[in-house]
Design a protein around this ligand. Structure first.
Ligand SMILES: [Zn+2]
Length: 162
């Protein structure tokens, strides 16, 4: 029994111990997503994402819910996010002097590539967005079809203060 406890603990950590899977966990913070949402946001092939999701599912870190033709993924337990955040706090402590410090200490919500083009509302990932712009201290991402220009002409029309 004694060693089984550590085996189980290690198995769960192993399932989480991959940069892409940590990204997925992070994306599922407070929302359920289907595979295509996830692969669009991470800009990775669907087969690759499916494999990662399978590992997370086997470890019961995520739950798959069938919704018509789609399969929606959500975190099985919100404590997984707490655990991940806690480890990031350790990283912040460890990297205070490094150039990564600024990114590590960024609020997690600002690190999420779940963003909408403020003009056309298309979902874009900071990794794949056509254009980005900093306005009033916030980052905005735009599709590749002219929304950046519209935004620059009249940003106040598109910036929501919430
Ligand atoms: Zn657009």
């Amino acid at each position: 029994m004694y060693s089984e406890v550590f085996e189980l603990h290690a198995e769960l950590l192993k399932a989480l111990a991959h940069p892409r899977r940590l990204e997925i966990i992070h994306l599922l913070r407070g929302q359920a997503l289907c595979v295509s949402d996830i692969y669009e946001m991470l800009d990775l092939p669907q087969a690759n994402i499916s494999q990662h999701l399978m590992i997370l599912r086997d470890a019961q870190a995520v739950t798959a819910i069938r919704d018509g033709k789609q399969v929606i993924y959500k975190l099985s337990n919100p404590k997984i996010i707490q655990a991940s955040d806690m480890l990031r706090e350790v990283l912040i402590d460890q990297h205070q002097e490094s150039e990564l410090a600024e990114y590590l200490s960024m609020p997690m919500k600002d690190l999420v590539p779940v963003v909408h083009d403020p003009v056309c509302q298309m979902r874009v990932s900071p990794k794949t967005a056509g254009f980005s712009l900093q306005h009033d201290g916030a980052h905005y991402y735009f599709c590749a079809s002219g929304c950046l220009k519209k935004f620059q002409q009249k940003p106040e029309k598109y910036v929501t203060n919430n």
